[in-house]
Design a protein around this ligand. Structure first.
Ligand SMILES: Nc1ncnc2c1ncn2[C@@H]1O[C@H](COP(=O)(O)OP(=O)(O)O)[C@@H](O)[C@H]1O
Ligand SMILES: [Mg+2]
Length: 207
């Protein structure tokens, strides 16, 4: 579904990743782990195509639908969006001018209920707690009909019950055939994944 071969990256000459190899398979979850600053977020951005590799190759079959949940969301917070609008954006895969169908609206309602943000629909993003904002962004990612979900520490700011809800959604998506690549620090969470890619500081890694 998505393959990375011999990936390398550097910021202004400072090497971050070197010779990273992985395959994201359908109906499976890959956890990316490693200490702060080892390059997890950078790797996920390379996989999603937000950054271009300095070395190696990311192969995505043309038309592959990819959803990215970034770790840093300051740009999104700055927009005057409500929670409901933010989640609805997840359904605009076909273009922003498309009208949402009844089926799209049902997906949005369901995912907001499952992440316990339905009651926050009219609030602005910047009026939310960290966990509420995170659940909104997770809802936006899961509202997408993606084949590959690239999630950067999705549950880092969440309480136990919200985390359990997210884990349930992850498990369901995998069962339905999706591929998930997820950065995580949480052992319980990485145990959900079939495979783990452990990054260390600028050394070769494969999964
Ligand atoms: N935009 C950037 N410019 C320069 N250095 C960066 C930038 N983003 C991240 N880095 C550096 O690259 C390294 C990897 O960062 P990151 O991929 O965010 O790691 P992780 O997600 O594993 O904590 C860190 O040393 C970080 O300081
Ligand atoms: Mg990170």
């Amino acid at each position: 579904m998505l393959t990375a071969s011999h990936l390398g990256f550097r910021y202004a000459g400072t090497p971050v990743l070197h010779d990273v190899n992985l395959r994201a398979e359908p109906a499976s979850m890959l956890a990316v782990t490693g200490p702060n600053g080892c390059g997890k977020s950078t790797l996920l951005h390379l996989l999603a195509g937000v950054l271009k590799p300095a070395e190696g190759l990311v192969e995505r079959p043309p038309g592959t639908r990819i959803a990215l949940l970034p770790q840093r969301t300051g740009d999104i917070d700055a927009l005057p969006l409500t929670v409901a609008e933010c989640v609805r954006i997840g359904r605009f895969g076909g273009g922003l001018l498309r009208r949402l169908t009844r089926a799209d609206k049902a997906v949005v309602t369901e995912i907001m209920e499952r992440l316990d943000i339905a009651h926050l629909g009219r609030r602005r993003l910047r009026e939310l707690s960290g966990g509420q904002r995170q659940r909104t962004l997770i809802a936006q990612a899961f509202a997408q009909d993606a084949e590959v979900y690239i999630l950067d520490e999705p549950t880092a700011a969440l309480d136990v019950s919200s985390r359990a809800r997210v884990h349930e959604l992850l498990t369901e998506r995998v069962r339905d055939g999706a591929s998930i690549v997820m950065a995580s620090h949480d052992d319980e969470e990485t145990a959900l994944a079939g495979r783990t890619l452990r990054l260390s500081s600028v050394s070769s890694s494969a999964a």
